[in-house]
Design a protein around this ligand. Structure first.
Ligand SMILES: [Ca+2]
Length: 451
């Protein structure tokens, strides 16, 4: 990788991120009271506003739908499976019909998509790639195939949400032009989005994509019964969605603090699952790591230059904050991942310290349907994680940590929490999507010892 020029490298990253387009293919506080929880601030001070001074997200951080009507398809949606249509349908989390889909007696997962060059006219549909897996593996019938991963989670007894920011993620191949919108409104593109016909709309909000995530989330919970949050809430993010989610979840912990009181601690997610997520571009040249993103971004809510003047470092800082405040994180990538290779050694060590760091081996070409690891592995990580819910964990089984980690998303959060701080490498069962045949070894020292 050292031999590659930065331009070549960036093209590779873009190609990898762009695959998201082509591939359709209790840690609860004892008290539920809004004044009951005080968070721990351990991240770089630049992320935090003084005196916990925040705008009221639910009322202030809104889009002007009269001026920008196509933004109605952005934000948080709740899902159900329409048997007649044979597909997952999404309803606005702000609507009564959408809110009615959420059962507080069920756990909840919210999916966040990645970079989407065609995001101005396409939404991520979360299909299981038809080149991989079998109906039998996924516990469905042949006529249910292809299947949306959302349905697998609905079938497993979850409320399922989808967070869309695809119109903002449509910046052709310019990843840095998307990540700026997560943290700042002073980047080269500003907070702009693209309509289906390609028209760009500039400065559509003074607030960032992550702030809209937090605002949408809070508004959604206000529509739900008071006991929403008694069951676990998770966020799962792919690729660029990792920056959006890290920042969005960071904001939710801030806004749940008693000194802010905009949401109850019990109603914010307690598990964050990362699917080959993006930590900006860093290239090691002559022994020195160089950052390939934008500089000078001002964190919108704190007013400070982002930590390290580096979006990847800032993302890691946000994750440190989440870990310190009881959010359990599991990270999934694969050996040849370009995105993983673009983290500095220090960032990787920090990521390991706050997550269960799991390197899978998504070699699904054995199905003989034309799957290609190089071009599809980045999406393969998402398939692996979201499909893992179909192999239920037996809490009564007396398993080793290596056996537990193979359950991935099906591993209860209390169990995953015990695995944080270590690395695992898949060594068996790699050719099948099902996790039922997977074998792992712990290899923390090897991962952290690597250059
Ligand atoms: Ca397998």
């Amino acid at each position: 990788m050292k031999k590659l020029g930065i331009a070549v490298l960036i093209i590779l990253v873009i190609g990898t991120l762009g695959l998201g387009v082509a591939g359709i293919t209790g840690w609860r506080d004892a008290s539920n009271a809004p004044t009951g929880w005080y968070k721990t601030r351990v991240a770089d001070a630049a992320l935090y506003p003084e005196n916990f001074e925040y705008v009221d997200y639910a009322t202030e951080v809104v889009f002007d739908y009269e001026k920008y009507p196509d933004l109605v398809d952005q934000g948080l949606f709740w899902c159900y499976y329409d048997e007649t249509l044979g597909e997952v349908v999404r309803l606005d989390a702000d609507s009564d019909e959408g809110a009615a889909l959420v059962d507080p007696d069920k756990p909840t997962i919210i999916n966040v998509h990645g970079m989407m060059a065609d995001g101005h006219y396409n939404e991520e549909a979360y299909y299981v790639n038809t080149k991989i897996g079998t109906a039998e593996e996924l516990g469905i019938t042949e006529d249910e195939y292809p299947v949306q991963m959302t349905k697998l989670w609905l079938d497993a007894g979850y409320n399922v949400g989808i967070y869309n920011y695809n119109r903002f993620a449509s910046e052709t191949i310019d990843f840095a032009g998307i990540e700026e919108k997560v943290w700042a409104n002073n980047g080269k593109n500003g907070i702009r989005y693209r309509s289906a016909d390609g028209t760009l709309h500039h400065d559509v909000s003074p607030y960032t994509v992550a702030e809209h995530f937090a605002a949408d989330y809070i508004r959604a919970t206000k529509k739900l019964p008071d006991d929403f949050g008694k069951k676990e809430i998770r966020v799962a993010a792919h690729s660029m969605g990792g920056e959006v989610s890290a920042a969005g979840l960071f904001l939710l912990t801030e806004l749940a603090d008693a000194r802010v009181g905009q949401i109850d601690r019990a109603k914010i997610p307690s598990r964050y699952m990362m699917e080959d997520t993006f930590f900006a571009v860093h290239l090691k040249v002559k022994g020195k790591w160089t950052y390939g993103g934008q500089k000078g971004l001002i964190c919108r809510w704190s007013g400070n230059v982002i930590p390290g003047n580096d979006t990847g470092v800032t993302t890691i800082e946000a994750l440190k904050d989440l870990a310190a405040n009881g959010i359990v994180m599991d990270y999934y990538s694969y050996t040849a991942s370009f995105l993983n290779g673009l983290m500095t050694d220090e960032m990787r060590a920090d990521l390991v310290s706050v997550s269960a760091y799991i390197i899978i081996d998504p070699v699904y070409d054995s199905y003989g349907k034309g799957y290609d690891l190089v071009s599809e592995g980045h999406n393969g990580v998402r398939q692996y994680l979201l499909c893992s819910v179909t192999n239920p964990y037996d809490a009564a089984a007396d398993l080793t940590d290596e056996e537990k980690v193979a359950y991935a998303a099906a591993l209860p959060t209390s169990e995953m929490a015990a695995l944080v701080g270590n690395c695992w490498q898949q060594t068996g069962g790699a050719s099948t999507v099902t996790t039922a045949d997977d074998v792992y070894i712990m290899n923390t020292s090897e991962i952290l010892g690597n250059d």
